[in-house]
Design a binder for this molecule. Sequence first.
Ligand code: S3P
Length: 426
Amino acid sequence: MKLTTNKQGLSGTLCVPSDKSISHRGIMFGAIAHGVTRVHNFLRGEDCLSTLEAFRALGVKIEDDGEVITIHGKGFEGLQKPSAAINIGNSGTTIRLTSGILAGSNFSTEMYGDNSIAKRPMARVMNPLNKMGAKCTGKDGGEYPPITITGSENLQPIRYEMPVASAQVKSAILFAGLQANGETVVIEKEKTRDHTEDMILQFGGAIEVDDKEIRIKGPQTLHGQTVVVPGDISSAAFFLVAGLIVPNSKITLENVGLNPTRTGIIDVIKEMGGKITIEEVGENNKSGKITVETSNLKGIEIKGEIIPRLIDELPIIALMATQANGVTVIKDAEELKVKETNRIDAVANELNRLGANITPTDDGMIIQGKTALNGGVVTSYGDHRIGMMLQIAALLVKEGTIELEKAEAIAVSYPNFFNDLEKLYT
Ligand code: S3P
């Protein structure tokens, strides 16, 4: 599709879509808890709908009245063998977290997805779950989907030092740990998003977190709750950056989730010299209103413990760095290679095609600013976040137009992205 360019700047207020990570977990916790769970502000993006359908296929009654999602959970033991293999679409969160839930089942489940899912590594979840007593196998004995999870009703606890910084892997082990006989200990490589830990507590479970060490005793019984999903900072990120780099802009984003394990992009914006204010911070600092305006940015180094706190924002941060003065170096981000696409290559290829100067490295990229961007034909590679980043890039193009291939991928996390952008045209 032909992307919009913009000559006048962006202004206005948006309420960004609901958090994807919390929406997935709302369905999952509702399904494994006893009693009714109601999820308000559920994200109706393709990924979260894949989770909803997966748990229906596992025998859970889930109602959607167009507003609230109501889940009638019957505990882990209430899950039933699906009548066919489950299609999880493009959703890594669905396949990995559901594997942990199914690790304690008394049946086998096959899960498969699209071409991108077929290339995403699963050994990272299958190894610890197999150590606990489940039997997880990938296609042709390898680690890639389709995968089959054969549960064990006699799961054993483990002490597991994670080889990767991944909230999906951590969460899969915690879901299995809730069903194991004894104390499971997970030691994180770096601290990652902690929505699963938060929701175990919210649903009446017990979990101890001491920095990177997490302890959970099984078996536990959870109880249905009301979940109100805040806005997704990972979706807000596209408009935060747009407001900073498109000349003559000022954008306010309302109800943005501010869980500290997710706010790395705010730290980066501040360090780069961006004009950003955060107000109306709600209960428990969970969400707030963020305003950004066009700023003179400078290049910085982004590495180490902050990386998991902004892992999904790195494509749009890379675009921001093309508009900053000086060099930005991103390190310790090799996980970008195993996202919906190889995001190091995708960002460098597509932005360089438009005139940026980005050198991909083994664990990140080196971005030389400030560069002018021109028109051209680019692709999202079927990756929602690459697609949205390229639309924000298009707003900077002075000469020519940008044609985006595979734009439909954006519906994975932000079905109203283009409508929301249109609301900001001055
Ligand atoms: C997610 C964890 C992250 C993130 C993904 C959502 C989650 O993946 O990139 O978009 O909800 O747990 P990894 O665990 O692979 O880092």
